[in-house]
Design a protein around this ligand. Sequence first.
Ligand code: BES
Ligand code: MG
Ligand code: ZN
Length: 471
Amino acid sequence: MKFNVNLKAGISIEIVFEGENKDNRVLTYAKDKDLFSGKLGEVYSYLPFDGDKQIFVGLGKKEELKEDEVREVFFKLVKVLLTNKEYEAQVEVPSIEHVDKNTFVKALVEGSLHATYRFDKYKTDKKELPEITINILTNKDISEDIKEAEAVIEGIFFARDLVNERAEYLYPETLADIAKSELSPLGVEVDVYDEKQCEELGLKGLLAVGRASERKPRFIVMKYLNNKNDNEVIGLVGKGVTYDTGGYSIKPTANSMDIMHCDMGGAGTVLGTMKLIATRKIKKNVIAVVGACENMVSGNSYKPGDIIPTLSGKTVEVLNTDAEGRITLADSVYYVTNELKVNKVIDLATLTGACLVALGEVYTGAVTNNQEFYNELSQAAKSAGERVWQMPADDSFRKLNKSSVADIKNTGGRLGGTITAGLFIEYFVANNVPWIHLDIAGTAYLSKPEKYLPKGATGIHVKTLYNLLNK
Ligand code: BES
Ligand code: MG
Ligand code: ZN
């Protein structure tokens, strides 16, 4: 897809707000006939055989328009263009008091590009998507905004492709290879530790979970350090379970073991974010860590009832081998906060089915030890149009993780499962570092499309993290 600035060509897209009067013959006709009234998301196409073609698009009440609604509307509009085989369009950026033109353009470009996402590499008869050109008319300088939005989408699509990829091709070693080949050229230092080196680092939790698989764990450390004058380093941690069978506490196949290649959704988001911030050369210091492994069954697996050590020195009673993510995250989170000494940390993980029960596929569940830090993230998520909901978390939940034989157990039971899983991770955050846990089990991989997000991988929170880090 191509975007030009101030080039008058192609079918004209007329933005109409609800209740707004425009001097336009076709629009008056459509309104009189009750075919179109400017409500949010309404589209009315006037495509005569000859003469001027127009598409009217409703943005609802002007004073109520939200940034994310612009993405939604333009996503829909590009779908309409594709259906009608109209491959060039022009649109004038409207003046809106509370959404400035640069923000509008970025949302317009992002929304339009969202409509072009495909994961069709395994289709043998795939059809090429025709190139669409959108000419944006405005009195503002927007060329940098277009570039930024394109980079955002590239980061999101990168994350989606990783998470949609099947475990037969994407496993710890290949994930590490991709991190190297995609991020190193952008100036990210990528260090990959193989199984033996993980032992040397002491990543005993990660190694226990990954032990059963033929495809051995990798610990991936990605450093983007681009501000020497700033002492602050932000840590990102992504759950990187490239396939989760549940282990001996095996998943029932009916409960969708088939989608468990998505269990590295946190890693996908983290890699997508690193790609984006490095492409944009933001002036920040960010270190991302992924403990990649497969949770499989074999004569060598870790077992329910085992008590295993972790990097932190603390021991974990394994009551359920399907609660594997938190064990791998324990080592990663301890590593970034204790060894790499980041100042703040965010972990992202497809961690609990309980999160789907609580918040559906709509909201990400959050647990934090620092309200101020969480409020910042919440703001960043809002403007990204990515929904996050904070869970309550206190000692009444913390005590559910207590073990009678080890320091902590890996499940606190069914009730409040998202919260106890989050608090398990909190236990391994060293030095009281401000921490946010994002449970993306529901939002990273959808059973059906939602807004501009496709079925399957969404790349959720690449945009949230970008907004937060790019402040
Ligand atoms: N990877 C799953 C969580 C998940 C579920 C991700 C659905 C995406 C969609 C995680 O490892 C898991 O199995 N969690 C268990 C924890 C339980 C045993 C305490 C769960 O939620 O059932
Ligand atoms: Mg599991
Ligand atoms: Zn899992």
